[in-house]
Design a protein. Sequence first.
Length: 88
Amino acid sequence: MERQILLPIDYEELHIKNAYWLDLLVENMLILELKSLTHLPAVYFKQVRTQLSLLNLKHGMLLNFKVELKKSGIFRIFNNFGKERMTS
């Protein structure tokens, strides 16, 4: 498991070296984004989708710890065009 990974963005001639922070990457196949908020804005779901696209992965989870029932703070997010596992 890797944590606090910096992801770059390359678009045409623009290169941003440290554009995104990835909270956790589990077994090179699952992105975990961790939050502790009473309300999750839609931007956090879009953030995980963008990270999945940048790494070309299929599975991500957004975990919110500031909820009464833990199961109501677990959100699965998918990238239908991604791969099951990162290739080296």
